[in-house]
Design a protein around this ligand. Structure first.
Ligand code: ES4
Ligand code: ZN
Length: 326
């Protein structure tokens, strides 16, 4: 079977990964040692064993705890450098990378430290590895809209270092409407708009992400299959869904990867893509996500080609770069 080799070798864009979610346990321990921080685990193997999640919140609790070892510009640079090196080996030619500044500014890490470290890694990877990348600033939806506005304000001196904004963290109980005004302001600033919606939350949150936030892409969106009218709209408007199979498996969004909704999304004519979300926590980078999904669902080489083409169509690169890849 040559499908695994095709999945690994095909050029692709990765559009849904949180850079803090690429913090491998080994790097967490190295950074903890660098800063004299004690982690509540014996070693990196013990930390990895703790990665057994019942739902999104149980994951987020560990993810925010892990991010606390990130302190200096060098830390953020090394984190992004490691992800981009790995992505390049998986034939990712373009990556749009989420970061969660509020996780860091809440601990006293300046916005400048976070953005400068991440941006430096992106510039270097473009020069040295030929992989292009861009940053997307995510607001934490369990915090207030006021705090999102303050975060936007702190980031505006670095407006040229990121291409868009997103919405992530605990979905249920924090609908898109909560952030209507801050996303309106972001649109005035010509930022691209994406939002996590329909991961654990209902199709109504996907409608609101589109109609209230004016999201250009939906992150996850896998609950759309429960709403036929929504499926038709997403297909007609070619609204991309950035789907993360191993994330959905680990967070028990589906009882089994064999029951994942991605084949239905493709069959419905939606622009679905495959991504890694938080690769250090969910058991693999983007190619492992392709491999596991295809092994579980029986998707074929035609679907592989479609998903790779979708990833470029869904990206925020300019039209000439898109043409080159498509
Ligand atoms: C996330 Cl899987 C997931 N969902 C929502 N927010 C997140 N932040 C990092 N990973
Ligand atoms: Zn995500």
């Amino acid at each position: 079977d040559r499908l695994p080799a095709l999945l690994a070798a095909m050029p692709k864009a990765e559009l849904h990964m949180h850079i803090e979610g690429s913090l491998e346990p080994e790097m967490a321990f190295a950074l903890a040692a660098r800063h004299g921080i004690a982690l509540p685990y014996a070693d990196s193997a013990a930390l990895r064993r703790a990665y057994a999640f019942g739902d999104l919140q149980s994951f987020l609790d560990l993810y925010y705890q892990g991010a606390a070892v990130l302190r200096t510009e060098q830390d953020f640079y090394e984190l992004a450098r490691a992800y981009l090196a790995r992505a390049a080996t998986e034939n990712v030619v373009h990556a749009e990378i989420f970061f969660d500044p509020q996780t860091h500014t809440a601990r006293g890490v300046p916005m400048a430290t976070v953005i400068r470290g991440l941006a430096r890694a992106g510039d270097e990877a473009r020069r040295e590895r030929g992989i292009s990348s861009a940053l997307i600033l995510c607001f934490l939806r369990h915090l207030s809209e006021r705090e999102a506005f303050e975060t936007l304000e702190q980031a505006l001196p670095f407006r040229d270092a990121f291409i868009g904004v997103g919405l992530d963290s605990s979905e249920r109980g924090h609908p898109p409407e909560k952030f209507a005004r801050v996303f309106a302001r972001c649109r005035e600033l010509d930022l691209h708009i994406v939002a996590h919606a329909g991961e654990e939350g209902p199709p109504a949150y996907i409608w609101a992400a589109l109609d209230v936030l004016k999201a250009e892409r939906i992150d996850h969106g896998v609950q759309a299959v429960h709403d036929a009218a929504l499926m038709q709209r997403l297909a007609r408007e070619r609204v991309p869904l950035t789907v993360c199979p191993l994330s959905n498996q680990k967070l028990q969004v589906f009882p089994d990867l064999a029951r994942h909704s991605l084949p239905q999304l493709l069959a419905g004519g939606l622009c679905a893509t495959v991504n890694s979300d938080d690769p250090a926590y969910f058991g693999g980078y983007v190619n492992a996500n392709f491999q596991a999904l295809f092994a579980a669902t029986g998707l074929d080489a035609q679907a592989a080609w479609q998903l790779a083409a979708n990833s470029f169509e869904a990206s925020f690169v300019d039209a000439s770069a898109k043409q080159r890849w498509l």
